[in-house]
Structures are given as structure tokens and as C-alpha cells.
Write a protein that binds this ligand. Structure first.
Ligand code: F6R
Length: 623
């Protein structure tokens, strides 16, 4: 959700900034821009469109200088135009600022600036208002001639004073044409990381933008303000007090965030799932005690035994994982589990009992709605844990403990491997809580066996990719797709539909199979295939009835089944995809893979931009 990259050093800034923007493009891709300080002047290039358009523009009109800021945008305030692309400038045109987040009181601040005589606004954005405010405060404080160190101190003071007036969220980076070798960054609610180099420093929304240049990173906290030169940096609070931050080593390398031999990140990430599911379980299975070991929960056995209810919260795919988790924990541990949209949980007065344990599920660990839910839950005094992939993320840092996914960077905007890692972790939680209650050692051991079999079984499902590609070709003219499943596989239907709409732009909906006859059946027609996730389980015969109902109305059926399923479905379903046999509670981890592949292959057939679907951005850091 908007990507920021800033550079101060001795190298040419522009190639580093452009390279960083390309790596951040998954965060937003409707416009992009760059501003570089060159001998006391700001050189700016910005345009609507992708980074490729900016690159082209910069080829025609190159810029030079070793201090600069850059931005890739996902529009919040103001249409997608060249004018609204970042960087934005103060009234003097000497200060360039890039921003990720939303300044909620921008109109009041703008009115105040206009009243004071500043009418030189060139865009419709909230960001420009902040640039003007900082510029005004700085210019007022620099009325008399001052030297460079004093200018730095006064710009820093102006940034702090302006940010104290802001209501909303921001990750910002700014430079000033009069101050060489100096950039400032600050965050509240939107991520910002400082990359510490040798004679150079970087600022970025996500460490993947700068990992090719340095693996030493300082993750900023809310209300931190960082002032960085070539050889040093200082982090202070909004009040001006110095704060200490450790320099951490980034876990992955620039190679890890490449596409390898795959045409798209999404396909690479789908095919990584045997390994990522294995990594989610690594060292966490205890075959001797027939349970799971999850030390990161930071809870003693008595505290774990006292848990009486679980609330799982998240957004999008992470929420769907939570919905599977609800079935899982109820089945394995047999105690109440609820799932809440993070965005609703935060604003709703959900009655909570004291023994409630809350989990915030988030791949990025930066989703604003999920972070809001986590903070609300902690404010109310509930122990709140994270299930995150990004170990340096705000949710990971602000939670009372949790379980990391260890899935490696997920770049494709459509979440895939993070979903199956989340499901593996939720199964471990079900096992852990189950073994503290009624789950026998024999049953616990069966769960471990089922989990250990998963990586090999996912590999077997991935071998169906060519079959699924042929199915995708056959339905390339479909006018949409319906997804149905029951019990553990109802959330898989929701996830299959989400993948389909995100990357093919086809209309798609997921429903519990039995709901078909309560209204959805009105949609059934020959150009709208129905995908049934109908493994050979306790509800197979019920699913079969629903499949017959669709067939009776000339709706094509794509069935995802297992065991004896194909025998019953032959002659009824138009397409049959066969999964390996597995217990119901781990079946979603297998069943979602063909749905990911179906969405992927159909999107490719339709020539969609698989990794960067329209209107979307990964890591939604605004509400
Ligand atoms: C779906 C997708 C989104 C995210 C949602 C939560 O493919 O990518 O629905 O799942 O925005 O993101 P995280 O997990 O980062 O909190």
C-alpha cells in the first residue's frame, strides 16, 4: 500500500531508488515518482502508470545526485494523475516528501494554511498538505541565515512540530534542496525501515527494497523520527528524545525475492508450498508427547490450560484461514472459537470472557485493520498473539507472542503460500490445545502423522497443474464461477472465490454447499461453472446431492474430490480433480492448491497481470 524508498550516500541515487521501487511495486502500482537533490536543486520525475513508465521517462530525462526520495502509489486521496503522484512539495518547491498512509485532518490543516496565505497547492492529495505544513514551519524558523547543521536541526524540528498536528497514519521520507546529504523519515501506523550501509543509508517501506544493498536494518516504531546522513543516523521520538534501536540482520537475500525460473511470483509461491508448509511445522511437532511445541506463545502450561475461548481475527485470505481454524480448534480441542473480521472486531463491542485468547493473523503483519484489532484487544486487556510471516512487522512486535510462518517473502499480490502456512499453524494450535484437554495420545499422534504427510501430498497435487491448465482453457469464456464446500472446506470455497476474483476479475462467490438451494441456485446457468470442494469425507453424500442440483439446471461442475469420490462423480461432474486422501481437518491445505492453480491458469489465459491485479495492493496499511 504505497512504497517508499529514500537514499543518501555517495552513489547515484536514481538507479537505487528505481530498483527499490520495482521491488516494492506489489505495494501499489498506479503511479510513481522520484526526486533527487542535485547541487541545491530538486530534480523531479513523476507520472501516472507503473514503474516501467517512470523508468522510460527517466531514460529520456535522466537525473543526477546522491540524495533522493521515491514512491510507488496506491491512490487514497485524489485520482490517479501525474499531479497526484508523489513526491509532493512545499510551497517553496524545495522540500520533497513521499508518504504512505492517510492524513485524516488534512482538510483542516489545508484550510489553516490557506488562511495564512499559502494557496500554492498543485495536487488533490493529503500528502501535499503535510509537505506544505513542514515547509512553512521550516521556512519560518530559518528566516535568518543559518549554517547547514542548524538547517538540519530546524528541519527536524519542523517535521516533529508538523507531525504533532497530524491525525492519521504516515510513513514519510523527505529531503530539502538546501540541505545536502540529509534525509528524514518518520512513521506512525505505516511501516518504515532504515537500511544501514557503509557510507550510505536507506529508508524504505519494506526491507525487500534495499536488501540488495544492505542486510543491516533498523525497524522504526510508531512516533520515531529518523535523521540520516551518509555516515550516521539518529532516531528520536516525536518529542525529540533520543531512542535506542537494535540493528537487525535481514533473514533473506535479494535472490530469495526473485522469481527464479517461474513466469510469475504467484506460480513460484504456489509451488513453494511443500517447503513452506514443512517450514511452518519445523521443530514444532513433539511425537513423544503427541502434541505441538509452540514456545513463541510465551504462555506457561497453566496459562494455556486456562484458555476457555479463542478469537481469530484477520482480513481477506488470513480471515479465511481463521475460518478453517474455527473448525479445526473446535474439532481438535473442543472449545469455543470465533472468527471476526479484524475491521469489525475493532469497532464492535464483542462480549469477551476473561479466559479469551485472541490471535491476529496476518502475512504482512502490517494490515491496518488487523493491527487496529490487535491494539483494541490488548487495550481491553486480552492476551493477543500474532500469526505472522514478516518477523519484523508491527503486528509481530506489538503482540504478546505468537507463531511465525517462516514462509519467506510473499510477493504475488494474491496470497497463496501464506494461507497454507497459516492453516498448518492453526492445526498445531488445535493439537496443542486438544492435547491439554480431551484429545488422546493416539489421536494426537494421528494428527502429527497427517501433518507430516502434507508436504509430499502437496507435491502430488502440484503435479495436477497441467490438468488444471486444460480445465482453465476450457472455461476461458465463463461468465464467473461459483465455489461450494462444507465444513472444513466451506472457507476453502471462500478462498477459491477470492483468488478467482482477485486475479481474473471474474465474478466469483463462495458458499456453504447447502446454501445453494436457499437462493444461490438462481444464478446457475451453462456459462457459470460451479467448483465443488467435495472430498470423500463425512459430508460427501450431501455435497453430491448439491452437485446433482446444479447439474439438473445445466450448470457445469468442476469437482475437487478424493478417495472414492471419482467413482460417484463420474458422469455427473464435467471435470474431476483428485486429491490424495487425508483426514478432514488437514484437507483444506490440499484442497486450496487446485483452486489457486485454477485461478492462476485462467488469469494467464485471460492475459491478466497475475502478480499485480488491478486496484489491489499487497499489505493494506490504510483503513
Ligand atoms: C488475498 C489477499 C488479501 C490479504 C489481506 C490480509 O489474496 O492478499 O486479502 O489476505 O489483505 O493481508 P495480511 O495477511 O498481510 O494481513
Amino acid at each position: 500500500m504505497c512504497g517508499i524508498v529514500g537514499y543518501v550516500g555517495r552513489a547515484q541515487a536514481a538507479p537505487i531508488l528505481l530498483d527499490g521501487l520495482r521491488r516494492l511495486e506489489y505495494r501499489g502500482y498506479d503511479s510513481a515518482g522520484i526526486a533527487v537533490v542535485d547541487g541545491g536543486r530538486l530534480e523531479t520525475r513523476k507520472c501516472a502508470g507503473r514503474i516501467a513508465a517512470l523508468t522510460q521517462l527517466m531514460r529520456k530525462q535522466p537525473v543526477s545526485g546522491s540524495l533522493g526520495v521515491s514512491h510507488t502509489r496506491w491512490a487514497t486521496h485524489g485520482k490517479v494523475t501525474d499531479q497526484n503522484a508523489h513526491p509532493h512539495f512545499d510551497a517553496s518547491g524545495k522540500l520533497a516528501l513521499v508518504h504512505n498512509g492517510v492524513i485524516e485532518n488534512y482538510q483542516a490543516l489545508k484550510d489553516e494554511l490557506i488562511r495564512s496565505g499559502d494557496t500554492n497547492f498543485r495536487s488533490e492529495t493529503d500528502t501535499e498538505v503535510l509537505a506544505h505544513l513542514i515547509g512553512k514551519l521550516y521556512d519560518e524558523s530559518c528566516a535568518s541565515t543559518v549554517d547547514i547543521p542548524e538547517k538540519k536541526a530546524r528541519l527536524l524540528a519542523a517535521v516533529r512540530a508538523a507531525l504533532r498536528q497530524v491525525i492519521g497514519t504516515y510513513g514519510i521520507t523527505l529531503v530539502h534542496a538546501d540541505i545536502p546529504d540529509f534525509m528524514i523519515g518518520a512513521r506512525r501506523g505505516s511501516p518504515l525501515v532504515l537500511g544501514v550501509g557503509d557510507g550510505e543509508n536507506f529508508l524504505a517501506s519494506d526491507v525487500s527494497a534495499i536488501v540488495a544493498y544492505t542486510r543491516d536494518a533498523v525497524y522504526l516504531n510508531d512516533f520515531d523520527v529518523v535523521a540520516a546522513g551518509r555516515d550516521k543516523f539518529e532516531i528520536t521520538s516525536l518529542a525529540g528524545d533520543s531512542t535506542e534501536h537494535p540493528v537487525s540482520k535481514v533473514e533473506f537475500t535479494a535472490e530469495d525475492i526473485g522469481k527464479g525460473d517461474y513466469p510469475h511470483y504467484m506460480l513460484k509461491e504456489i509451488f513453494e508450498q511443500p517447503n513452506t508448509v514443512r517450514d511452518a511445522m519445523r521443530g514444532r511437532l513433539d511425537p513423544d508427547e503427541c502434541t505441538a511445541k509452540l514456545g513463541g506463545l510465551n504462555m506457561t502450561p497453566p496459562e494455556l490450560r486456562d484458555v476457555g475461548r479463542i478469537v481469530l481475527t484477520g482480513c481477506g485470505t488470513a480471515l479465511h484461514a481463521g475460518r478453517v481454524g474455527e473448525y479445526l480448534i473446535e474439532r481438535l480441542a473442543n472449545f469455543p472459537t470465533d472468527v471476526e473480521y479484524a475491521s469489525e472486531f475493532r469497532h464492535r463491542n464483542t462480549p469477551m470472557t476473561p479466559e479469551t485468547l485472541v490471535f491476529a493473523i496476518s502475512q504482512s503483519g502490517e494490515t491496518a485493520d488487523t493491527l487496529g484489532a490487535l491494539r483494541e484487544s490488548r487495550r481491553k486487556g486480552f492476551r493477543t498473539l500474532g500469526i505472522c510471516n514478516n518477523v519484523a512487522s508491527t503486528i509481530a512486535r506489538e503482540s504478546d507472542g505468537g507463531v511465525y510462518m517462516h514462509a519467506g517473502p510473499e510477493i504475488g499480490v494474491a496470497a497463496t503460500k501464506s494461507f497454507t502456512s497459516q492453516l498448518a499453524i492453526l492445526t498445531l494450535l488445535g493439537l496443542l490445545f486438544g492435547r491439554m484437554r480431551n484429545l488422546s495420545a493416539t489421536d494426537g499422534s494421528r494428527v502429527i502423522g497427517a501433518l507430516e504427510a502434507l508436504p509430499g501430498q502437496i507435491e502430488a497435487v502440484l503435479e495436477l497443474s497441467d490438468q488444471i491448465k486444460e480445465i482453465a482453457k476450457k472455461y476461458v469464456d465463463a461468465n464467473g464461477m461459483l465455489f461450494f464446500g462444507r465444513q472444513f472446506n466451506f472457507p476453502v470455497a471462500l478462498e477459491g472465490a477470492l483468488k478467482m476474483k482477485e486475479i481474473t476479475y471474474l465474478f466469483a462467490e463462495g458458499h456453504p454447499s447447502a446454501e445453494l438451494k436457499h437462493g444461490v441456485i438462481a444464478l446457475v446457468r451453462p456459462d457459470l461453472p460451479s467448483v465443488f470442494i467435495a472430498p470423500d469425507d463425512s459430508v460427501f453424500s450431501k455435497n453430491l446431492n448439491n452437485i446433482e442440483q446444479v447439474k439438473a439446471r445445466k450448470g457445469p461442475v468442476i469437482a475437487v474430490t478424493s478417495g472414492n469420490g471419482p467413482k460417484h462423480l463420474k458422469g455427473i461432474a464435467n471435470e474431476i480433480i483428485v486429491l490424495p486422501e487425508a483426514p478432514e481437518y488437514v484437507m483444506p491445505i490440499l484442497a486450496v492448491v487446485p483452486l489457486q492453480l485454477l485461478a492462476y491458469h485462467l488469469a494467464v489465459e485471460l492475459c491478466r497481470d497475475v502478480d499485480k491485479p488491478r486496484n489491489l495492493a499487497k499489505s493494506v496499511t490504510v483503513e
